[in-house]
Design a protein around this ligand. Sequence first.
Ligand code: ADP
Ligand code: MG
Ligand code: MG
Length: 388
Amino acid sequence: DTIPTDQSLTGLLDEYSTSITGSALPLLVQRTLARQIELEELIGKGRYGCVYRGKWREDYVAVKIFSTSDERSWFREVDIYQTTCFRHEHILGYIAADNKDAITYTQLWLVTDYHENGSLYDYLVNNAVDLKTMLKMMFSIASGLCHLHMPIESTNGKVALAHRDLKTKNILVKRDLTCCIADLGLAVKQVKCTPSTKKDSSLSNKGDAEAVVIDIQANTRVGTKRKKMLLLCQFSGYMAPEVLSGTMNERNFDSFKAADIYALGLVYWELLRRCHSPRPFTDKGDADEFQLPYQDMVTPDPSIEEMREVVCVKKLRPTASPRWQQNSDDTMRIISKLCEELWYDDPTSRLNGLNVKKQLKEQCEYVQRLMDGIDKQPQELQQQTSQI
Ligand code: ADP
Ligand code: MG
Ligand code: MG
């Protein structure tokens, strides 16, 4: 199978964009494309592999290369990207997967869109943002997460997924400064139990409205030890209290979504710190220095036990900067409050992705009106109208 020599990458992807699968390209085309990529520069190193900037014809692509011993991680991540109806503006765009057979070893490739701004972590370490940009970034992350979490019930519907490793290092910044969610290596799918597939009765839960199987790729039948290990692959700093304490109800898929929402709260807190106060419009920005969540409360690369002490026992959360409260503008205070509603101790009390989007949209509109002229916060408006 060959790709016409005048075909561009976007042209190629568009050609198959009607495809309902997550990977728009047929497997053979994926393989052909992957083998025409020239690797140019190492751009990232994670726990599972190295990420390179590569070039295919006129376009840059990102290539994540897994070592052979991590075949399972490669397979998992590729499988998630191939989920039906998976593509979304705010989830990293999948291009191709390939297992290149070298003579002595196999190289496992995952090819995606390349984003020159890199991860949100790298971006925030080097740049502060204004209020409008912060809200835009927050809204795009919430949109990506909502799409991931939401099941679409139809013939070619989409299963619900949870990320399980949401953090600023796993979010990429696009050229327009919106973000996309990346690194799906630990994601899980919700698979509904139909009677014929319900072989293992221990997987169904009478307490839940509908029995679900949390699909932990190829590991479902491996013992709990392996499952626990998978949970421990994350950096403990973003682990939700129920994950740290081992009390999460893994039989209910909503638990996985709630753990993502907790991590989203921490990501938003990192963003808030790097955002300049909108008023007074000073020449010099007043953003706080970049910090990882809990950085000031634990040792670098903390153990689970250390994090559990801080998050579950002492019930501490990242500290709000005084300027978020003092500021005459309300948006930072409201977003700071939003963070608190995302990282509640009780997973069922946390907001869901749709609530988050709604609140952020209100703030985006408010800030826009503010820039167009003097305006009031939506709540104040509501209070005033209810008084009348
Ligand atoms: P791991 O699973 O090993 O953590 P990631 O997929 O998170 O690997 O990638 C590691 C790092 O590489 C990211 O934190 C980011 O800095 C960089 N990176 C990954 N994918 C891209 C991409 N498509 N464009 C630009 N940078 C990327
Ligand atoms: Mg990563
Ligand atoms: Mg990963």
